[in-house]
Structures are given as C-alpha cells and as structure tokens.
Ligand binder design. Sequence first.
Ligand code: AIR
Length: 261
Amino acid sequence: MGNGEWGMGNGEWGIIIYLRFPAPLLPQSPAPPLPHSPTPPLPTPHSPLPTPYSPLPTPHSPLPTPHSPLPTPHSPLPTPPLPHSPTPMSQPLVSIIMGSDSDLPTMQGAIAICEEFGVTSEVAIVSAHRTPERMVEYAKSAHQRGIKVVIAGAGGAAHLPGMVASLTPLPVIGVPVPSRHLQGVDSLYSIVQMPAGIPVATVAIGNAKNAGLLALQILAIQQPELLEKVLHYRQSLSESVMAKQAQLEHLGYEQYLKQMQ
Ligand code: AIR
C-alpha cells in the first residue's frame, strides 16, 4: 500500500490528498536561541523514520476487496485478500475491525455469517494503541461511508470497541478475543465495562459469530428480506435441536454419547 492509499473495501483503492494548514507566522527576525536551550538531537540510526500515514477511504472512494486486511506491525507488507472472500461488490454495511491480524481466526466467525446472509462487510485491522490516529479517522468516517454497524474485536487491553463507540454514532458490537495469559477475561472486562452514555454491545469471549448475527438483526430492522433470513436461520436452529432430540430418543443416551466421540 502506498502513501495516501487505504487497502480495504470493495473495488479499487481510495486516495485522499491531505492539505496542510498554514504554519503559524514566525516573527520577522528569529529570536536568538536561549542560553541553555538544548540542541535537538540529531537523528540516530535507531530513530524511527516518519511513517507514511494511510488515510481512510472517503464515502465516494470505491473500496478494494472487502476483506483485504491492512498491514500490521508484524506484517510490513500488505497481506493479499483472504482466499475465502467472494468479493461481493455491493456497499459494505458491516464493518468488522480488529486490533491485530492475530484476531482474525476469532473474527472470521463474524465475517462468515455475514457472507452466509449475503451481507457485504469490510474487514480491517485497526489498533487502538498501535494505530490510534487511524482508529479515530476510521471510526469518525464509518457512518459517512455507508457503514451501518461496527463489529470490533480485540484482545488483552481491548480498548478498540469502546474507543470506536465513543467516536461513531453507529452501534458497536464488541468481541472479546481470547488472550494468551488471561484467556480473554481481560478482553471481556475491557470491552463490557463501558461508562454510561457510550454503549458497546458485548458478546461472549470468542463469539464473533454472535456479533455477526446481532449486526444482521440490526440491519434486518429495515430490510424485510434480511428479516426473513433471520427467521429462517432461527427456524433451522430449532429444527437441528429437534433432530438431535429425535436421535437421542432413538439411540438412547449411551449410544448417542458414543457417536458424539
Ligand atoms: N491489541 C492490539 N492493539 C491493541 C490491542 N489491545 C490486541 C489485539 C490482539 C492482542 O493485542 O487485538 O488480540 C495481541 O496482538 P498481537 O498483534 O501482539 O498478536
């Protein structure tokens, strides 16, 4: 991804030109340096170079493939689009964001259920701590780009859902991603304990599928076809339970247990 480009969405790359505000006026003659003012240190080989800032897509910029993840600190090169992406070309209505590419195995539950219901999502890696400015820009522009609901997953000090919720008028669903040391309890507490006024609808640890379903139900309020699909999905859940019940009665619990193993 080059400077000024953003790598997510469906279609093409969006480009934003940033204008600099005029620098503050300097006095006519520069003031002499203060006697003890320290000279700014010269850049050393280890001083980080300014990284190009990747702007966010505008509502008018067509987006590249909806599931192309952004580069993370661990993957400096843009990752190719996920192989499962069916590249639907319609406007993404659901934003599925996560703090790291390591969250993707968890978050794919949300991506998959949106695909199953034929709803286009855009998927992005946006870290509250590693890319804070981008998070702000992403969250503030999401509703202007046509997004209707945001699913945000993060692990550990999982501040992404709450911070995004504070920056967008859209409903935000938080997914606590299981963490290595505390198994996601840290993520859960970080996401669920929001202050009054800024809600995050939090699902169970690791249950991105439920986040996806909740997002679809929110969309279904205004989409009769989607509502039908939700009802059909619920019906299929009931039927699968009743099929299991019939099998349990038929086999008896011991046989049933055996065939489960
Ligand atoms: N994370 C990334 N930026 C802020 C936070 N909280 C989270 C990710 C991931 C965890 O840190 O959401 O669950 C570990 O990230 P990584 O990249 O070290 O694997």
